[in-house]
Design a binder for this molecule. Structure first.
Ligand SMILES: Cc1cc2nc3c(=O)[nH]c(=O)nc-3n(C[C@H](O)[C@H](O)[C@H](O)COP(=O)(O)OP(=O)(O)OC[C@H]3O[C@@H](n4cnc5c(N)ncnc54)[C@H](O)[C@@H]3O)c2cc1C
Length: 179
């Protein structure tokens, strides 16, 4: 994708000798939440994808980030959407996580699991939280593009979050690690 306004490219040196499977293994030692990013493409169709690269960046201004594979067919749709919804999945939503990680199922016509905010931004029903964000900047970094997004609206719902750890969906049981 060409660099343009709000779009930056940072060339990074590769690291010869690092084995990809081993690298995935160490990355997998770090548990994350699971979210679904959803937006409307230029034709008004919903694009939605399971992500675990979501992270919080700043409270003031309120910024979050996530990254999408640079070769994704949906890269332009997400980068150019203007707004997108990020839904934070509950522990009951593993089926939704699987569905929106599946290359065929995630492109199936409109899912009843999704609904639109009044500005047309799609989000998932029954998530433990959602954020409606404006895409501020996209930054090409290695084999991904990081989208830095400003939070415009959000809501929280009670419930346990879904987690992803060592390539498995899991739940956070709320037990203290240290007594
Ligand atoms: C827990 C979890 C977290 C994730 N986090 C992220 C994340 O943060 N960022 C991210 O970018 N991805 C993430 N993914 C991956 C993402 O959810 C899905 O794999 C998604 O489908 C990737 O989209 P894509 O456009 O890159 O590839 P896709 O276009 O969906 O393609 C994936 C593969 O399927 C093939 N394919 C595509 N369409 C078809 C078709 N019609 N028929 C046959 N084969 C087809 C492609 O050739 C490719 O090999 C995550 C997945 C999981 C499970």
């Amino acid at each position: 994708m060409a660099a343009g306004p709000g779009r930056e490219s940072a060339p990074l040196a590769s690291a010869p000798g690092l084995e990809a499977t081993a690298l995935r293994h160490v990355f997998g030692q770090y548990p994350t939440g699971v979210a679904i990013a959803a937006a409307r493409d230029a034709q008004g169709q919903v694009v939605a994808m399971t992500i675990n690269s979501f992270s919080t960046l700043s409270l003031d201004p309120p910024l979050v980030a996530w990254s999408i594979g640079a070769r994704s067919a949906d890269l332009a749709a997400f980068c150019d959407a203007g707004r997108l919804g990020i839904s934070l999945l509950s522990s009951a939503q593993e089926p939704q996580a699987r569905r929106f990680a599946d290359p065929l199922l995630r492109r199936a016509p409109a899912s009843a699991a999704l609904l639109d905010l009044d500005n047309g931004t799609p989000r998932l029903r029954d998530a433990v939280g959602w954020l409606c964000c404006r895409v501020e900047r996209s930054l090409a970094v290695g084999d991904h593009v990081m989208l830095i997004c400003q939070v415009e609206r959000f809501a929280v719902q009670p419930g346990e979050a879904l987690a992803y750890h060592r390539s498995r969906y899991t739940r956070i049981d709320g037990q203290r690690a240290w007594t």
